[in-house]
Design a protein around this ligand. Sequence first.
Ligand code: SF4
Length: 355
Amino acid sequence: MTTTSFDELATRILHGGAATEADALAVLRASDDDLMSVVAAAGRLRRAHFGNTVKVNYLVNLKSGLCPENCNYCSQALGSEAPILKYSWLSKDETLEQAGAGLRGGATRVCMVSSGRGPSNRDIDRVVEMTEALKEEYDGVEVCACLGLLKDGQAERLKAAGVDAYNHNINTAESHHDNIVQTHTYDDRVDTIGRAKGAGLSPCSGLIAGLGETDEQLVEALFALKALDTDSIPVNFLMPFDGTPYQNTWELAPIRCVLILAMARFVCPDKEIRIAGGREMHLRSLQATALQVANSLFLGDYLTSEGQDAQADIAMIRDNGFVILGAEDAFEEPAVEHDPAIRRRGAGTEVAANA
Ligand code: SF4
């Protein structure tokens, strides 16, 4: 596809058309020279639907590790030897404290996550209690739950308690699913997304890139998400934890990650496209470029790994002319300014140069 064509594709989509699978593949396979043309074209769709806003979400891992499922990419999975924090359920007060830190840091949605195949009814009780407390304590807070596979009635109970959204990722293409996990099926995952939707929860489902999938399988996953019609699509980039089957698996380069996000934007132009796990390690200096096509991110840390400083996330949003959705006035204060640090190393000194 030529430079003009990416722009033409955006124009066609803005006029009510849709990207085809061939269009999506062409975006994914754009040359490095075409990167900014792709970003500019996908950016038109982002601006048309989300303006200059960024949705800022904050993760609270309610229960970490100790999972009986064997998702190969996950540091919390059965058999994972990744040296992560392992703990059982946070208390309500601990959850409020952690969520409060994220909200004070600039987030407007709290994503409460627990490891495990799916919640027991007692687990739903806990999350109901936490949600009610969160809603009471923090005016206007949005709550998303991510608790695994849901059983009858559980989504309805979450909805009744005030949970706004439910996340359950398909993670990869159906044709690749059984290569990455064997303890549950792709259909199990789709079933839970349907339950969340059926209960009136805003459905959130996304993918992980870098799991050995082909370009065609990435396209397949994106079109599956389009068909599921979820409101938000987190795009994760594999973090290959030592002690997991994917350790030392590095398939992604920063430009590739931007193209994946751009492809998601072309295929699902009006959906919240979130730069999720692996943002810092895979996008590196292209994080801000990625924000021109994606419109959402997680503030601060991930479930079992550390992200960059939350203040750096906020600075990146602000420096690039964006505002936080739901907290548009949060940037009224002037940016923190740093005085130039006087050089005291390299030429003219005995201290090693910065090189
Ligand atoms: S079910 Fe969730 S927590 Fe458990 S291994 Fe899979 S991704 Fe990790």
